[in-house]
Design a protein around this ligand. Structure first.
Ligand code: KG4
Ligand code: ZN
Length: 357
């Protein structure tokens, strides 16, 4: 049994640099000792989305100071680290290369093994960082900026995809709709905030694939419907832009958009629970921070005596803690060993069900 191992985790797949330190235990889930995060959101906001080259350069600036901060907070030295873990994919190639390069350089310099982690496995296992961690098996709803998947999870590395999006992810649907409404990047949280003031039944937007009979998703049509609706509203009011409409009209479209996305995620999650017969649901990824989604899942699952687990709100979006945690859980469960091969590669595209157990 792998115990008392210090794992340093580095996340750099997109626009957040995250570093964390966890310790494996003889029993139970590994313990998070410290973590630190730097978000590049402000830098990318001026461009309306992530600029990959700027992201890579900024990761280079942040990663070492963050690692020093994490070690300092935990009262540990670099020499005490047993394994250096990093996000190997999926994500932006240049951004991934920074984390992988730094992790492998640290490993080589310290003569410690390294371990490349799948970013989505990090999200998937992030609820184990909460006070009330889930138990296997469970159904997982993974809703991030780039992925929307329903999975059956039987253990660390034992993931079966039940359904996934055939086009846009739920996070993308939030972000693209928000952009149409003139909201800043990343649109999800801004749209959710505006939706609080609106009527979710104001506009009838499509619920794609709701009646498809399978567990797949499609959100590209919703974005088009939001575009058409917003153009209609602008024309009817005789204004130049959506942002010039009365705030309650804007809020109504935001609320209607959120309601469409949430209803699809809710109904498909319930169908996955029914299909698998499991009584436990884990929600992970950035969209898992959405309060309306949480409220609706909580209410529906309470009725069906299903336990729902979420990551803590601040660990829903990208962070280093989930990468260190996923690496520690892989080591602790024996599903993977760290390696002293420092010739790293990154995997910008990497299906989760393709990872070795
Ligand atoms: O998991 P994540 O940090 O990044 C990826 O791995 O893709 O997820 C980011 C996504 C973005 O699309 C963002 O708009 C969305 O999560 N998001 C939200 C909320 N907070 C973040 N969407 C809806 N409501 C929120 N409160
Ligand atoms: Zn992510």
């Amino acid at each position: 049994m792998v115990q008392n191992m210090l794992v340093l985790g580095i996340e750099s797949s997109c626009d957040e640099t995250g570093v964390a330190l966890v310790r494996t235990r003889a029993q139970g889930v590994p313990e998070l000792l410290s973590h630190a995060l730097y978000s590049q959101i402000e830098m990318h906001q001026a461009f309306g989305g992530v600029v990959p080259e700027l992201a890579s350069r900024d990761h280079i600036r942040r990663v070492i100071p963050l690692a020093q901060e994490v070690l300092g907070t935990a009262g540990c030295t670099l020499a005490e680290v047993d394994v250096v873990a990093y996000t190997r994919g999926p994500g932006l190639a240049g951004a991934l290369l920074v984390g992988a390069g730094v992790a492998c350089a640290l490993g080589a310099a310290l003569d410690k093994p390294v371990l490349g982690v799948h970013h989505l496995e990090g999200h998937l296992l992030s609820p184990f960082l909460s006070e009330d961690p889930p138990e296997f098996p469970f159904v997982a709803l993974l809703v991030s900026g780039g992925h929307t998947q329903l999975m059956r999870v039987d253990g660390v590395g034992r993931y079966e995809i039940l359904g996934e999006t055939i086009d846009d992810a739920a996070g993308e649907a939030f972000d693209k709709s928000a952009k149409l409404m003139g909201l800043p990047y990343p649109g999800g949280p801004h749209l959710a905030k505006l939706a609080l003031e609106g009527n979710p039944a104001a506009y009838a937007l499509p619920r794609p694939l709701l009646q498809s009979g399978n567990l797949d998703f499609s959100f590209a049509g919703l974005k088009t419907a939001v575009l058409v609706q917003s153009q209609r509203m602008v024309a009817a009011a005789g204004v130049a832009r959506f942002e010039d409409l009365p705030r309650e009209k804007q809020a109504d479209l935001a609320a209607s958009t959120q309601a469409a996305i949430v209803e699809v995620l809710l109904k498909k999650s319930l169908a996955a629970l029914k299909e698998t017969g499991l009584q436990r649901l884990v929600v992970a990824g950035g969209v898992g921070a959405n309060r309306d989604l949480r409220a609706q899942l909580d209410a529906a699952c309470a009725k069906r005596k299903v336990r729902v687990h979420y990551p803590e709100l601040h660990l829903c979006t990208d962070n280093g803690a989930m990468i260190a945690m996923a690496a520690a859980m892989r080591l602790q469960s024996g599903s993977q060993q760290a390696s002293r091969t420092y010739a790293f590669d990154v995997k910008p595209r990497w299906p989760l069900d393709a990872i070795a157990q």
